[in-house]
Design a protein around this ligand. Structure first.
Ligand code: SF4
Length: 309
């Protein structure tokens, strides 16, 4: 088991000379002093703990992830433990984290790790990327945080920090662009260990200081060189930012349907599911979506359950 490398500790004294050279030292020093003590950053988390956390954290805040993460790792301490279970058990344990397809994808990755890699999370970025359900972000994050490798890890927090500090605009584009990827690669410290710490440190800076709603520049270690701040914080003039509306959406209906199925010990009749939402067209659309996503299994006789296979 390899210890994650993004715990706060002293970093290599020799700062690299890449494009972000003047940013690296203050951001990593700030991280050493201020990083939160989170379970997936502790050595005992190992590469599987890092992978589980990355799946959970992609669209869910830390405080909601923490209890589910702890229960998940206690129940399935290795990929093979999860791989033995029905995928529906992963959906059940996912609880209310939202975007439950992530639970199925994590289960699928655990099966592939068990079958192809003897139960150990692979160390190579290409092998990680080849696992089902793992995209560029997760492969880079696991390679960087679990194995201390040099990869551009571009989540929403990092993208926001780079867009402000370096590009000089308040918000990054709605979807990650090739220009952002290029910039993130150019800014990577040259040596592996510093690069992995830089990745974790920029992510933490975006989560704690340079947040979407309320940047606290007086606490920011790179305020003196932040392009957006130095330009007088010009207002966002790009495309409208995506909202996070939940109430009344199909996502909300899906969440209510899944909540019933998670609690059920036996297959659930359609009539019970019908009680969760009054509007029949939207309710049917949400249920159809869950079935086609593989999150719910329809059975003969109008019964439904979480998937067994
Ligand atoms: S100075 Fe302010 S806007 Fe710039 S990176 Fe720091 S917190 Fe963000």
């Amino acid at each position: 088991m390899t210890a994650p490398t993004h715990t706060p500790s002293s970093h290599t004294p020799t700062m690299p000379t890449s494009a972000g050279g003047t940013l690296h030292e203050p951001v990593i020093d700030w991280f050493d002093a201020h990083a939160r003590d989170l379970p997936w950053r502790r050595p005992e988390a190992g590469s599987w703990g890092v992978m589980v956390s990355e799946f959970m954290l992609q669209q869910t805040p830390v405080n909601r992830v923490l209890p589910v993460y702890e229960q998940w790792l206690a129940r399935w301490p290795r990929p093979a433990d999860l791989a033995k279970e029905a995928p529906g058990e992963a959906v059940r344990a996912w609880g209310r984290l939202g975007y439950p397809r992530r639970a199925l994808r994590l289960h699928g990755a655990a099966v592939a790790i068990t079958e192809r890699h003897g139960g150990d999370v692979p160390t190579e970025h290409a092998q990680l990327l080849a696992l089902p359900g793992i995209g560029e972000y997760t492969a880079a994050a696991v390679a960087s945080f679990a194995y201390g490798q040099r990869h551009a890890v571009l989540d929403t927090n990092v993208r926001r920090v780079l867009s402000r500090a370096v590009t000089g605009v308040q918000y990054p584009p709605n979807a990650t662009t090739a220009a952002e990827r290029r910039l993130a690669r150019e800014l990577l410290p040259d040596d592996e260990r510093t690069a992995s710490r830089w990745a974790a440190a920029t992510m933490e800076l975006g989560a704690l200081v340079c947040t979407a709603k309320n940047e606290t520049c007086q606490r920011c270690p790179i305020a003196a060189q932040c392009a957006w701040r130095l330009a007088g914080k010009p207002a966002h003039d790009g495309p409208a930012r995506r909202g996070q509306t939940y109430a009344g959406t199909d996502r909300q209906v899906r969440g209510k349907l899944l909540a019933v199925l998670r609690e059920a010990l036996a297959p659930v009749p359609q009539a019970v599911l019908d009680r969760v939402w009054d509007e029949p067209v939207q309710r049917a659309r949400a249920l159809d979506g869950l079935v086609s996503d593989g999150l719910v299994e329809p059975l003969p006789g109008g019964l439904y359950r979480l998937p067994l296979t």
